[in-house]
Design a protein around this ligand. Structure first.
Ligand SMILES: [Zn+2]
Length: 230
């Protein structure tokens, strides 16, 4: 038998590398346009090159990074137009997802969503961003599961991955974190009460605020984008 880690280990290291690299891109530790090398990333993460290569392949599929002629893999930039278009789509899709979730959720999904939203609020009140991020993911997963539309879910996940740089920098502002989390709680409550119109309306307002705040981050150069700024 040959050595080398069993498949599970490679898969979990790939997942770890994917999360670490996409997290660094969201936090702008890896900047838009910056070149990425397998060796440097493997050294940074203290893992072998195989899972790093796999993680980079997934990030390229997700269009978070791309191959630039003569430069290899680089962190994808966002233009103002991209950010505007993505936020506009997210508002449409997430609003509809909340509406469908209120109509289609199972009793278990309703309980789960309310419970997760309460945990999210505890994390926000403690300003524990690491815990908050860990909980925000299952919140949206549960909501999208409850919406019962796989393609809607995939589209929303794709958009959210590309907006991470903006959503991360919104979340690190304590007032925004608390206000945004209260909206998560209110959406969960409306879904559990099967109030579809209300769930959709709160979600629509939540994303409208997010859109305004995200544009402010771009305008004040906190999150760099390519091209003209207003
Ligand atoms: Zn969220």
């Amino acid at each position: 038998m040959t050595n080398g880690p069993p498949h599970d280990d490679v898969a979990s290291l790939t997942e770890k590398a994917y999360r670490a690299i996409s997290g660094a891109i969201a936090r702008l530790e890896l900047k838009p346009g910056e070149a990425l090398t397998q060796d440097r990333l493997a050294k940074w993460l203290s893992i072998s090159r195989t899972p790093v290569r796999e993680a980079l392949r997934r990030l390229e599929q997700d269009r978070i990074i791309h191959t630039a002629p003569g430069r290899g893999l680089v962190v994808s930039e966002l233009t103002i137009k991209d950010a505007e278009d993505l936020l506009e789509m997210l508002a449409l899709l997430d609003t509809h997802a909340a509406y469908l979730a209120a109509q289609r959720r199972s009793p278990a999904q309703a309980d789960q969503l309310v419970e997760i939203s309460q945990m999210l609020l505890v994390a926000a009140e403690r300003n524990d961003l690491a815990a908050w991020e860990e909980i925000d993911h299952p919140y949206h997963e549960t909501l999208l599961d409850a919406s019962g539309n796989l393609f809607l879910r995939r589209s929303i996940e794709d958009i959210r991955r590309r907006l991470q740089r903006l959503t991360y920098h919104l979340a690190i502002q304590p007032e925004h974190l608390i206000a945004g989390t209260r909206e998560h709680v209110a959406v969960a409550q409306a879904i559990s009460e099967r109030k579809a119109e209300l769930a959709a309306e709160i979600m629509r307002q939540h994303l409208e605020t997010m859109h305004t705040m995200a544009m402010r981050l771009i305008r004040t150069h906190i999150v760099p984008v390519r091209g003209e700024r207003f």
